[in-house]
Design a protein around this ligand. Structure first.
Ligand code: FES
Length: 70
């Protein structure tokens, strides 16, 4: 960062970092996901998106709600 604030490249990198941090965790090759309460959900796809923002209406799966939180 310069005295004038972040450069365009730095600002873009920070925006991408925030988007990645607030988006789902993509997990490949799992059959079952078990939440902290012990509830198991079958993974029906080769790659599944697990919610990390805890705002999804379909936990443990990401339903895209995180996009409205940024
Ligand atoms: S990460 Fe997508 S809804 Fe939570």
């Amino acid at each position: 960062m310069s005295a004038d604030g972040p450069s365009r490249k730095e600002a873009r990198r920070e925006a991408l970092r925030r988007a990645a941090a607030q988006g789902p965790a993509l997990v490949r090759g799992v059959d079952v996901v078990v939440d902290p309460e012990g509830v198991a959900s079958l993974a029906r796809r080769p790659v599944v998106a697990l919610c990390r923002c805890e705002a999804s209406t379909r936990l443990p799966w990401c339903d895209g709600t995180h996009k409205r939180l940024v």
